[in-house]
Write a protein that binds this ligand. Structure first.
Ligand code: ATP
Length: 272
């Protein structure tokens, strides 16, 4: 069955504490946690809570992590699917997958539905060279129908992530659908330091290492890129039999990421 791939998990493990920095995003998402946890407080006074919240920002900035943390903070189930999965599907499967996803979620409310890469399925309709892709449009239409068709005060919130909000079909952003948007940008210097500290947890780090210095040298790095940097440094340390990750390991890991793997010395004998 198509819905076998829909993953239901309770991510009690992930909370806002696992995410460094981004206090403003946490404040906004804390509100979503309240909507999911206590929908009756809002319906009592006749308030309609949002059905959909769009998380937008560059790759690797923790959008998925934030979505999981919302479920974790609220202590509810988490259903996730990626927009790119729909696109790879056989004709007619995408729309029924969307239907299944919402059916499952309604049965298991309160819960969070997470749609990663929503732009893959949510691009503006009829914009393709060949006048659009029928299969994708059917899937998008089903998503719009489902967004309109569930009771907003029953503890279901749909979170969606994209780094291309500019290409989204405007129908998705209309009131009652993804009408809240939260921007998750690349981390600034202080946030980069905090992220490096999170990913240094559980790793043996030489006392002489100053993570602020690494943060200063990594403008433009996402949280995912910083996590990768710490891991590459740990691999260097292990290969060199260092008992702890040294500044040299971090320097070399950074060089490797910025310049690519070390090249073999150029030699004419390679060519003649
Ligand atoms: P993509 O757009 O590529 O799917 P994303 O924005 O969904 O990326 P995640 O997959 O959530 O990003 O982030 C990747 C990993 O980067 C996380 O699992 C986490 O380990 C790390 N990370 C990102 N941001 C942070 C942060 N602020 N604090 C700690 N770790 C972070």
């Amino acid at each position: 069955r198509a819905n076998a791939r829909t993953s239901l998990r309770v991510h009690v493990g992930v909370t806002f504490q696992d995410i460094a920095g981004y206090d403003n995003v946490k404040v906004e998402l804390q509100e979503v946690v309240e909507f999911v946890r206590n929908p009756e407080i809002f319906s009592q006074v006749g308030a309609k809570v949002p059905r959909g919240v769009l998380l937008e920002g560059p790759p690797g900035t923790g959008k998925t992590l934030f979505a999981r943390a919302v479920a974790g903070e609220a202590g509810v189930g988490f259903f996730s699917i990626s927009g790119s999965e729909f696109v790879e599907m056989f004709v007619g499967v995408g729309a029924s997958r969307v239907r299944d996803l919402f059916t499952q979620a309604k049965k298991n409310a309160p819960c969070i539905i997470f749609i990663d890469e929503i732009d893959a399925v949510g691009r503006q309709r009829g914009a393709g060279i060949a006048g659009g892709n029928d299969e994708r449009e059917q899937t998008l239409n089903q998503l719009l129908t489902e967004m309109d068709g569930f009771d907003e005060n029953k503890g279901i919130i749909v979170l969606a992530a994209t780094n291309r909000s500019d290409v989204l079909d405007r129908a998705l952003l209309r009131a009652g659908r993804f009408d809240r948007r939260i921007v998750i940008d690349l981390p600034d210097m202080n946030t980069r330091t905090a992220i490096l500290k999170v990913h240094a947890r559980g790793k043996a780090l030489d006392d002489a290492v100053v993570l602020e210095n690494i943060a200063r040298r990594t403008p433009g790095f996402s949280g995912a890129a910083l996590q990768n940097l710490m891991n590459e440094a740990a691999i260097f340390a292990a290969r060199r039999d260092h008992p702890q990750i040294t500044e040299e390991d971090l320097d070399d890991a950074l060089d490797r990421i910025l310049l690519g793997p070390a090249k073999k010395q150029f030699s004419f004998s390679d060519y003649y």
